[in-house]
Design a protein around this ligand. Structure first.
Ligand code: IPM
Ligand code: MG
Length: 369
């Protein structure tokens, strides 16, 4: 019997709605041609939600997210909301969604597709075959630590402050995710912090080491200071398999790793919580307001995020593999959105990229039949 999955779709701002249109097209196509069904719900997040409801994430929308099997998001933010308060900025909607669902594990793969090896700003021999998975802690650390604020000092100056904090259980649960995933990949975890200057980093290193010794001694573990990791990612990125790190370092290192691949427009992500909680899937790229509405956006990162949803939340790794292969094929055939355009290739629109991907899937299915 065909199983029906509930998808909550949050297109968000900027290029979000355009790239999400291609995911909707793909989900409909799968519903018609594969043994899977989708029941989709859709609403606003971020700036679009501020305009519609006055808040970046409405409570009623959050409740519908909780009832979904997986949540797919486009992107949030834009210059028109740059000057509003932190708690009602578009980004606050995304942070609230992560926090409310306790989506503590953010998986950000950085994969160099063979066809795009020249798009990287590093030499092809350094990045060819690169396959890193960054596991970023997503609901703790300085993003959420208290106290935080801006206060006025007696002498009239102001002081801005945030708190970095991690508990044993927060460190251990993200550590487990990293070690478990490493076992299915290269069996190597590099844990990053600043244990040389921060107590929270010292504890992070101790807890990861203890967890490793207790339950994961079959996995190779090394520790690195986060600044060294930033440097090593440029010097010799292929030394890494899984990198586990905190919220802030993970934010920075994942952007760096993404850029190694040459296109932010290609990279998906998954944010996972406890069993039974819907995962949140989103492209790593932002809302790119400068190109919004022009059909220039690359929908592949969002499509690959949908593939991650199939794998991690819907238990359909087979369909995820099929979509990932179709992405490789479409790239090998030379079809490119402007962000990954290269000499000798054909430049196509967002919509045409979605169609080309589906045409590839149609061909794969016909061959298999
Ligand atoms: C990310 C983004 C977010 C973050 C912003 C939009 C709040 O940069 O997902 O990496 O800092 O986590
Ligand atoms: Mg970021």
């Amino acid at each position: 019997m065909t199983k029906t999955h509930r998808l909550m779709i949050l297109p968000g701002d900027g290029i979000g709605p355009e790239v999400m249109a291609e995911v909707k097209k793909l989900a409909e196509w799968l519903g018609r041609h594969a043994d899977i069904g989708f029941e989709t719900d859709e609403d606003h997040l971020g700036g679009a939600s501020i305009e519609a409801y006055g808040v970046p994430l409405a409570d009623a929308v959050l409740e519908r997210c909780r009832r979904a099997d997986a949540i797919i998001m486009g992107a949030v933010g834009g210059p028109q909301w740059d000057h509003v308060d932190y708690n009602i900025r578009p980004e606050a909607g995304l942070l609230k969604l992560r926090k409310e669902l306790d989506l503590f594990a953010n998986l950000r793969p950085a994969l160099v597709f063979d066809a795009l090896v020249d798009a990287s700003s590093l030499k092809p021999e350094i990045v060819r075959g690169l396959d890193i998975l960054i596991v970023r802690e997503l609901t703790g650390g300085v993003y959420f630590g208290e106290p935080r604020g801006i206060e006025t000092l007696p002498d009239g100056q102001k002081r801005g402050y945030n708190t970095q904090s991690y508990t044993t259980s927060e460190i251990r649960r993200i550590g487990r995710v990293a070690f478990d995933l490493a076992r299915k990949r290269g069996n190597h975890v590099c844990s990053c912090e600043k244990a040389n200057v921060m107590e929270s980093g010292k504890l992070w290193r101790e807890e990861i080491t203890r967890l490793h010794d207790e339950n994961y001694s079959d996995v190779t573990l090394n520790h690195m200071y986060a600044d060294n990791c930033a440097m090593q990612l440029l010097r010799n990125p292929r030394q890494f398999d899984v990198i586990v790190t905190d919220n802030l370092f993970g934010d920075i290192l994942s952007d760096e790793a993404a850029m190694l691949t040459g296109s932010l427009g290609m990279l998906p992500s998954a944010s996972l919580g406890a069993d039974g909680v819907p995962g949140l899937y989103e492209p790593v790229h932002g809302s790119a307001p400068d190109i919004a509405g022009q059909g220039k956006a690359n929908p592949l990162a969002t499509i690959l995020s949908f593939a991650m949803a199939l794998r991690y939340s819907l238990d359909r790794g087979d369909l995820a593999n099929m979509i990932e292969k179709a992405v490789q094929d479409v790239l090998s055939s030379g079809m490119r959105t402007p962000d990954i355009m290269a000499a000798g290739c054909t430049e196509i629109s967002t919509d045409a990229m979605g169609d080309a991907l589906i045409a590839g899937l149609e061909k794969t299915m016909a061959e298999a039949a």
